[in-house]
Ligand binder design. Structure first.
Ligand code: GDP
Ligand code: IMO
Ligand code: MG
Length: 427
């Protein structure tokens, strides 16, 4: 069954949107399976830049259909804004976008709760999109699913129950205001959402039974995974490849191949451990060159060197068999280029990402320095076009990670991408 899962192998913002869009030329379906509008996936085509948050990156080619799976948390108002933006720019969305009836709905009180919690001393630097509180309601079995949202009486009942569960934290005045706002916006949002809603798991099963090609698009990245990331500084879902089955309603046997997207260095937004974080003097230069500012919140991204123990654990957990390497052009002019090969902690060398938060905080990277390269890489269109030192960096990475780099990206736009091997990516 031709299913290819594309996941972010670091802390998000690896360039998943660009790579998924690049691959979606050959796909019949593109599916988001977790996260919500905390994601910001940038696609640049013909000089035009699109920032997608909920809509899968396949929407920009006319061929693929696009699904927002049951594992995604959907803010109907954010989705409406995104659909309007796309339609306003000439992209056909209706009839090509399907939202799972089983996906959970983000309501204004989730955003209010996110704000309350991030205002306290346990802040983790969330995107303030209400993601964590919505997943909490899902796990607590008091969430509102898309199917419930479409039924006005059920919606009203569930919303009132949710408000009573959260009233202490929100405060009486806030509850009254949020209820009023939610009910005022409801009829319009319900009318907007209804035509998109479908049993997406069933649609995907039909597609697979006729050998259609399905591309799964993760949001966030392996290190922001709720179970396998830098807990508690993570998002509240599972971006790893295992999350694709749960979040789209596909069996594990349906996934043929997993492609990991890796940035040529590392970035992170928000708080939490980041062992290879660079001193600001160097980070600032790379941030400006690579325009490392959040696509959702505009926050400056923290910058670090490539981290092999981190990547090894991402590859292991998600069964990544091939890599797409992005932003190699941004590293040009940095000399030497460093990469962390192991961590040192309590006198021991660690080759995999440690579980304990203390180890994550205290582990010190062991670096290897490699000669840098210079010049403008953005017009390279094949591996042979790259400077020798850049080719050596890529080959070294492949041998250290025992994973081939099959796609290289040297700029934000679609054309600035090349494959290193022919043959199908769909396993
Ligand atoms: P995503 O969340 O993984 O989809 O990544 P983002 O879109 O949040 O961040 C990646 C940023 O890098 C975006 O601004 C992209 O347009 C840009 N980008 C992607 N690949 C490349 C590349 O190879 N070189 C450069 N210079 N920019 C890139
Ligand atoms: P894409 O898909 C980078 C981070 C936030 C915060 C943590 C929890 O564009 O790669 P949340 O709002 O999810 O509860 O925040 O996760 N985060 C991201 N960082 N890229 C993203 O998405 C992110 N989505 C969430 O900064 O540290
Ligand atoms: Mg992003």
């Amino acid at each position: 069954m031709p299913v290819l899962t594309v996941i972010g192998a670091q802390w998000g913002d690896e360039g998943k949107g660009k790579i998924v869009h690049y691959l979606s030329q050959g796909a019949d379906w593109v599916v988001r399976y977790q996260g919500g509008d905390n994601a910001g996936h940038t696609v640049v085509i013909g000089g035009e830049s699109f920032a997608l948050h909920l809509v899968p990156s396949g929407i920009l080619f006319s061929r693929p259909r696009n699904a927002i799976g049951n594992g995604v948390v959907v803010n109907p108002s954010a989705l409406q804004g995104e659909v309007r933006m796309l339609e306003g720019r000439g992209i056909r969305v209706r009839g090509r976008l399907f939202v799972s009836l089983r996906a959970h709905v983000i309501l204004p009180y989730h955003i209010a709760l996110d704000r309350v919690r991030e205002g306290g001393c346990d802040a983790i630097g969330t995107t303030l999109k209400g993601i964590g509180p919505c997943y909490e309601d899902k796990v607590a079995r008091r969430g509102v699913r898309v199917a419930d949202f479409l039924e006005p009486e059920t919606f009203r009942e569930l919303m009132c129950a949710a408000f009573s569960a959260h009233s202490a934290e929100l405060g009486r005045l806030s509850v009254a205001r949020l209820k009023r706002e939610t009910l005022a916006a409801y009829p319009g949002l319900r009318r907007f959402l209804e035509p998109f809603c479908a049993d997406t798991g069933w649609l995907l099963a039909q597609a697979l039974s006729t050998k259609r090609r399905v591309l799964m698009e993760s949001a966030q990245g392996a290190m922001l995974d709720l179970d396998h990331g830098t807990y508690p500084f993570v998002t509240s879902s599972n971006p790893i490849s295992g999350g694709a089955c749960v979040g789209a309603g596909l069996p594990p046997t349906a996934i043929d191949a997993v492609l990991g997207v890796v940035k040529a260095y590392t970035t992170r937004v928000g708080l939490g451990p980041f062992p290879t974080e660079m001193p600001e003097r160097l980070a600032g230069r790379i941030r400006e060159k690579g325009r490392e500012y959040g696509a959702t919140t505009g926050r400056p991204r923290r910058i670090g060197w490539l981290d092999l123990p981190q990547l090894r654990s991402a590859i292991r957990v998600s069964g990544i068999g091939r890599l797409a390497l992005t932003k190699l052009d941004t590293l040009s002019g940095t000399d030497p280029i460093r990469a962390c090969t192991a961590y040192r902690w309590k006198g021991r060398l660690l080759y995999d990402f440690p579980a304990s938060r203390r180890a994550q905080r205290e582990a010190r990277p062991v670096y290897r320095d490699m000669p840098g390269f210079s010049g403008d890489l953005s017009s390279c269109r094949s591996f042979a076009d790259l400077p020798g030192a850049a080719r050596r960096y890529v080959r070294w990475l492949e041998s250290e990670l025992r994973c081939p780099v099959i796609i290289v990206s040297v700029g934000a736009s679609h054309e600035q991408t090349f494959r290193r091997s022919d043959g199908s990516l769909w396993g």
